[in-house]
Design a binder for this molecule. Structure first.
Ligand SMILES: [Mg+2]
Length: 144
């Protein structure tokens, strides 16, 4: 499949690496970074289809600020928030700020793949629908 453009943002290096590896094994390659500032810089360079964004990050820019900036630069990008129980309210705020959806950590890869498929489908172009279809096939293969 031609890969969707996906950015993964999370300040926990191990989590970021593991998630990117698990997606790569399913032929979905991503770009990753560990801070809001870096995410914004990357969003200026790449027309991402999907951004998977950790809501709780230390440093200058938290998840919500990063979300706002990304939506300003790339309004067409669908943002999936990753959140802990402690930051659930922040995720609701994120939805108001234009995030597509959120997932509770620890996330199940199947749930993330399903959200990716939904978000790509929603983008609606022939190419994005084909990518969504491919991800759905992956999910069925695992279930069956
Ligand atoms: Mg974090």
């Amino acid at each position: 499949m031609q890969n969707p453009n996906i950015l993964v943002v999370d300040d926990e290096g191990d989590f970021l690496e593991t998630l990117m590896n698990r997606l790569r094994k399913r032929n979905i390659s991503t770009i990753g970074c560990a801070s809001g500032e870096e995410a914004v810089r990357l969003a200026k360079e790449h027309p991402f289809d999907i951004v998977i964004l950790d809501i709780k990050m230390p440093g200058g820019m938290d998840g919500i600020e990063t979300l706002r900036e990304i939506k300003r630069i790339r309004p067409e990008a669908e943002v999936i928030l990753l959140t802990g129980h402690a930051s659930l309210e922040t995720s609701v705020e994120g939805m108001k700020q234009g995030a597509y959806d959120y997932l509770l950590k620890p996330i199940r890869l199947e749930d993330l793949l399903e959200k990716l498929a939904q978000a790509l489908e929603r983008k609606g172009s022939v190419e994005h629908r084909a990518q969504s279809e491919e991800i759905r096939k992956l999910l069925q293969k695992r279930a069956g």
